[in-house]
Write a protein that binds this ligand. Structure first.
Ligand code: ATP
Length: 556
């Protein structure tokens, strides 16, 4: 994302704001609406003064009607334009945030929950939307009306205007601390909202576990506590916001009473016309909305500051650097030299050296937690090496474009991830050209022909989040199919047979042995019965290489 210079709403949103033209358009429309709205009381004054001396002027009536209609039309277009600006700003921001978050370095996302991130992308940005749509238009119109009305009132009766300004100043002083408290309050509300979203996601995703372990009362208790926390914060915010309207109204009421009382005296004295008095009243009414609008803008701006601060933290998570370096060439050899990987306090790989590996099947074994998956993640460029180097065709991997390096690989994860998407979309992830015939062929190759038949050959079938459409073993073969529908030089597999029966494991091994004729296949496995297929066996312990056995040695 572009560097965000500040955590404030305007600083943070600057790169996504609408063009100057759009802002000018809003200014013009708001100005037009405000000018006509300000003109209406003056025309009304003229009309009433003429009527009071029995002069019915049709022209003034027509002008008044036209002014009312034009003001309404301009107000409508200003509101639509402002909403468009707010919506487009948030759309651009969300688009950049989504792109940014999927590129954030894996290790920086470890502490984040995906549903909390999703909640932030959707909910926190909503707080900014109102600022650039309704609130901004209200502010521009409000400031214009306020300045113009005060100028007109000063021109009409300066002493009364000073009394009015005094009342408004007291109102502003009352509203300011309320508005200022919004920033931290809203930050807490959004945090609590995201936390609730995370908890709900966990409960719904693991509903079977919850049922079987009879954890429903526990869930309800946690839900109640989380909802109570949210309710209290939201109520505090509602109470604070609810004060703004009455305070503004109270100040206007007070001003109006003072105005009417003095005006009554002057009308009786004959120094004030009925028309001027009507205009005063209309202007005071006209001030109500701008004042409330300005107060709300101030409060919402502070609220949005809380959201911007949270989004700022997301936007500053470091992303992967896919661009620098040279394009990855076809992989002929792969070597690891004194690789060290430390994550947090934990030393995961320690001086791990793997000599040149070429095409063939390399099995990685070792006890649980010895660093096998971490080694694969390092090769995938998901975990950065703390020291040491990986060499591809004798070139340091750190000098190679990460994106193009990944294009040379395919990966079958330990716990196959499935999207809530169609069979085709799950298999063809990242591919721009999809050939159904090829997809079906690959599904046959990995032993999913019977499964495909069962689903009626329907590649459009939706795989749901709970993915009951696939058994554990079918999921593993499905993940292999996803790898095989793309070209690669290096295939990384993380215990791909752990959920397979002997027959299916044999079939998968035969596919992998075939592939290993022309590609490098690196496979993690705990199953010693499969080791006889390996061209090389790498044994890790505590992140260190303890043994490396060629095929003959192992078979011996
Ligand atoms: N992102 C991480 N942050 C902190 N520790 C991590 C991270 N990734 C892995 N580890 C730790 O590194 C150690 C090795 O994990 P890894 O998953 O590589 O082991 P493994 O050999 O594949 O184990 P298994 O055979 O059980 O899958 C574990 O103790 C794990 O907790």
């Amino acid at each position: 994302m572009p560097d965000s210079i500040s955590k404030s709403v305007l600083g943070f949103s600057r790169p996504y704001l609408p063009s100057k033209r759009a802002f000018s358009g809003l200014m013009v429309l708001t100005l037009l609406a405000t000018l006509f709205e300000l003109g209406i009381p003056l025309i009304a004054r003229e009309l009433i003064d003429r009527l009071s001396i029995g002069n019915i002027d049709r022209m003034v009536m027509v002008i008044l009607a036209a002014a009312v209609i034009v003001a309404a039309i301009a107000e409508y277009f200003a509101a639509v334009h402002a909403s468009k600006m707010g919506l487009s700003t948030v759309q651009r921001l969300r688009f950049r945030l989504i792109g940014h978050l999927v590129n954030v370095q894996t290790i920086k996302l470890h502490d984040q929950h995906s549903s909390e991130l999703a909640a932030q992308v959707m909910t926190d940005t909503d707080e900014l939307k109102d600022i650039f749509s309704s609130d901004l238009a209200a502010l521009i119109g409000g400031v214009l009306s306020f300045v113009a009305v005060i100028a007109l009132l000063l021109w009409m009766e300066w002493r009364l205007t000073l009394v009015l300004l005094g009342c408004l100043l007291i109102g502003a002083l009352l509203i300011t601390p309320i508005a200022l408290s919004m920033s931290s309050l809203n930050k807490q509300i959004l945090q609590q909202h995201a936390e609730l979203t995370r908890q709900c996601t966990e409960w719904f995703r693991h509903h079977e576990l919850v049922k079987v372990y009879g954890a429903t009362p526990q869930v309800e208790e946690q839900a109640q506590a989380a909802l109570d926390r949210y309710y209290k914060l939201a109520l505090r915010e509602a109470r604070a916001l609810a004060l703004i309207g009455p305070i503004s109204n109270m100040m206007l009421m007070t001003s109006m009473i003072a105005l009417i009382a003095t005006s009554a005296y002057w009308i009786a004295e004959g120094t004030l016309s009925m028309g001027t008095f009507t205009a005063f009243l209309l202007y005071l009414f006209g001030l109500t909305f701008p004042l409330i609008g300005m107060g709300m803008f101030f409060a919402n701006y502070q609220k949005a500051n809380g959201a911007a601060e949270r989004l700022h933290a997301l936007a500053n998570l470091p992303t992967e650097n896919l661009k620098p370096g040279s394009a990855a060439a076809r992989i002929r050899t792969l070597r690891v030299e004194e690789a060290g990987l430390q994550l947090g306090e934990q030393q995961i790989l320690q001086n791990l050296t793997l000599p040149d590996m070429q095409r063939g099947l390399v099995m990685v074994s070792g006890s649980s937690g010895s660093g096998k998956t971490s080694l694969l993640r390092t090769l995938l460029g998901l975990y950065p090496l703390t020291h040491g180097q990986i060499y591809v065709n004798n070139q340091p991997l750190s000098l190679t474009q990460l994106g193009s390096w990944r294009h040379r690989m395919a990966w079958v994860e330990q716990e196959p991830a499935l999207f809530q998407a169609t069979v085709r979309d799950n298999l063809c992830l990242g591919k721009t050209q999809v050939d159904d015939a090829e997809v079906i062929q690959v599904l046959h190759k990995v032993g999913l022909a019977a499964w495909l038949e069962r689903i009626g050959g329907n590649l459009d079938m939706l795989i749901t989040e709970q993915n009951h459409q696939l058994s554990g073993g079918e999921k593993q073969r499905f993940a292999l199919a996803r790898a095989l529908v793309r070209p690669f030089d290096l295939l990384l597999l993380d215990e791909p047979t752990s959920a397979l029966d002997t027959q299916n494991a044999k079939q998968m091994m035969s596919t992998l042995i075939d592939l290993a004729q022309s590609k490098l296949v690196l496979m993690i496995s705990h199953d010693h019965s499969l080791f006889s297929h390996a061209d090389q066996i790498v044994q890790l312990e505590n992140g260190k290489l303890v043994n490396i056995l060629p095929k003959q040695a192992h078979l011996a």
